[in-house]
Design a protein around this ligand. Structure first.
Ligand SMILES: CC(C)(COP(=O)(O)OP(=O)(O)OC[C@H]1O[C@@H](n2cnc3c(N)ncnc32)[C@H](O)[C@@H]1OP(=O)(O)O)[C@@H](O)C(=O)NCCC(=O)NCCS
Length: 238
């Protein structure tokens, strides 16, 4: 029979191992933290996904193999605009001109880079528009470098966009174009409540298929109103 002191040592060892596994994020996947549980169940996006330090709440999406990691949103400036250009080159088939980058550099909260620890791995660029007395937010681009996909980077970027809508309650909806063949993007946007509101034939000039879906999500109790006749377009910047 084991002595009391041997049992105590065994328990201490168990606690120590549990602590190490916790640090490495390797604990039993069946035992979810509150954060993980809420990540799966809720429709919490927008500002509620960022902590007081501006870190994105990864939830269950945190990569398990490298221990603690941070996802954050960062400014676009003249010093890192080249990184945004590189992200666009890597993730999108459309090439943007200098006019696009000049707009983005002055866009403040409407253009952001996604940092995975210290590396830029994604970006979002959007702009507010007022047409027919309705204020909408147009997402010009959103993208994550391929090796970093499905870890929540896109969720962080769209959460940032939705957080901007929380701040400006005059914004009635958010809309964007997606190339008709882009199934990943369609799934991504659907997850956040975007719906197809129009089909734009021959939208793109230089890529095939050249059709786009127009997707829109109502925010701030607004209504969806985007259609091909009344929406801006990112092809202006090709
Ligand atoms: C669309 C895109 C931005 C998503 O970025 P991401 O960092 O992988 O996004 P997330 O990890 O936050 O994914 C959130 C959810 O979107 C959905 N989703 C994302 N990629 C998907 C895919 N390839 N297939 C099915 N669903 C997908 C899933 O529901 C996912 O949640 P899950 O991983 O828990 O299942 C990314 O695939 C991308 O950069 N694509 C190329 C550029 C592009 O098409 N941009 C959109 C047009 S502007």
């Amino acid at each position: 029979m084991a002595s009391t002191s041997a049992l105590l040592v065994k328990q201490e060892l168990k606690d120590e191992i549990a602590e190490i596994l916790k640090g490495l994020s390797l604990n039993d996947p069946a035992s979810k933290t509150n954060e993980e549980a809420s990540d799966e169940s809720s429709s919490m996006y927008g500002s509620s996904r960022f902590d007081e330090m501006g870190n994105f709440k990864f939830g269950k999406k945190a990569p398990k193999y490298i221990g603690k990691c941070f996802l954050q949103i960062g400014e676009v400036t003249q010093h890192n605009i080249a990184q945004l250009k590189e992200i666009n080159k890597q993730v999108l088939p459309v090439v943007y001109n200098e006019r696009f980058y000049n707009e983005v550099m002055n866009a403040g909260e409407f253009a952001k880079l996604a940092y995975f620890n210290d590396s830029v791995v994604g970006a979002v660029c959007c702009r507010p528009e007022v047409k027919e007395n309705r204020k909408r937010l147009y997402i010009m681009m959103i993208g994550t470098l391929a090796p970093y996909r499905r870890y929540g980077v896109g969720t962080m970027l769209i959460s940032h966009v939705l957080a901007l809508c929380e701040k400006d309650t005059n914004i009635e909806s958010v809309y964007l174009h997606v190339q008709s063949s882009n199934e990943a993007a369609m799934e991504f946007y659907k997850k956040f409540g975007f719906e197809v509101v129009d089909n734009v034939k021959n939208y793109y000039k230089r890529i095939e298929p050249n059709d786009a879906y127009l997707l829109e999500k109502a925010v701030n109790n607004g209504t969806k109103s985007a259609k091909k006749e009344n929406t801006g377009n990112c092809v202006d910047f090709e």
